[in-house]
Design a protein around this ligand. Structure first.
Ligand code: ATP
Ligand code: MG
Length: 255
């Protein structure tokens, strides 16, 4: 089975134009680009939450619009940029919501396993709405992983919109190490919007740079994270250095 996600000439007026890309199994792809570039909109198109005006998006060779909502929900999970809940639910209920597509009543152990993986165990019993922003983000990651859990690990496509925006240093590292470990196993495929280019450089296999609704650069961190490229598309004045432990570019803002 061709387990890729392929977008061909996707357009969503006036936000996105002519987006063609392919996401491959076992990859950790970072979607980067300035505010308003269209990253969140693209994520919605790639996950079937928005319908493109033109072009199409195929998972395993089948157009997203031809998948039943339940079958699609068993293949891909999405963590949004903002996730407020209107109800006063405890953490364990929010994580268990991820199991909705599976109709399996006795899978409470999955919520416990993803909680342990994502650092949510200390939050057990707390009300989601009383958590800090970073704690809520960890619970949303746990919910998304619970949605993709099969047997003893998450499998399928995980889409994350700025998953580290509220996380402290420890939890940024923990989340990216976890995603790297899960994608390297080949069962999980990740596409994450990241504003932190240094996290993307250290952990993503491939970067896609979006600007005003178009993919303007893509490839390895060494290829995409160049001072002239970032200057051109972000308008930022940057210097590129190297990580002290490995030959990965790191981005420094000029003062
Ligand atoms: N339905 C719509 N109609 C018109 N404009 C829209 C629509 N949806 C989003 N936009 C605009 O499209 C642009 C891209 O929005 P999007 O949320 O995808 O950006 P983003 O790259 O995720 O930005 P950020 O980094 O700030 O999260 C924004 O300028 C937004 O205001
Ligand atoms: Mg966004």
């Amino acid at each position: 089975m061709d387990n890729t996600l392929q977008a061909s000439n996707l357009g969503y007026s006036p936000v996105l134009r002519n987006i063609t890309l392919e996401l491959n199994p076992g990859e950790l792809v970072a979607l980067i680009g300035p505010n308003g570039a269209g990253k969140s909109t693209l994520l919605r198109l790639l996950t079937g939450y928005l319908k493109a005006d033109s072009g199409d998006c195929r998972l395993q060779g089948k157009a997203l619009s031809d998948w039943s909502p339940q079958a699609l929900s068993r293949q891909r999970a999405v963590m949004r940029q903002q996730s407020q809940l209107g109800f006063d639910w405890p953490v364990e209920t929010v994580i268990a919501m991820g199991r909705a597509p599976w109709e399996t009543p006795r899978d409470g152990h999955i919520a416990l396993q993803v909680a342990a993986l994502t650092g949510c165990t200390p939050l057990w019993g707390r009300k989601y709405n009383t958590l800090s922003g970073g704690e809520q983000q960890r619970v949303q990651l746990a919910r998304a992983l619970a949605q993709l859990w099969v047997d003893d690990a998450p499998r399928g496509w995980l889409f994350l919109d700025e998953p580290t925006s509220a996380l402290d240093l420890y939890h940024q590292q923990h989340l990216l190490r976890l995603l790297k470990q899960l994608t390297t196993s080949g069962q999980l495929h990740v596409c994450a919007v990241l504003h932190d280019l240094n996290l993307a450089a250290l952990w993503a296999d491939r970067l896609l740079l979006l600007h005003q609704g178009e993919v303007v650069a893509q490839g390895s961190a060494a290829h995409v994270l160049q001072a002239d490229t970032l200057g051109r598309w972000y308008g930022a004045d940057v210097h590129i250095g190297q990580h002290p432990q490995q030959p990965t570019p790191q981005v420094f803002l000029a003062p």
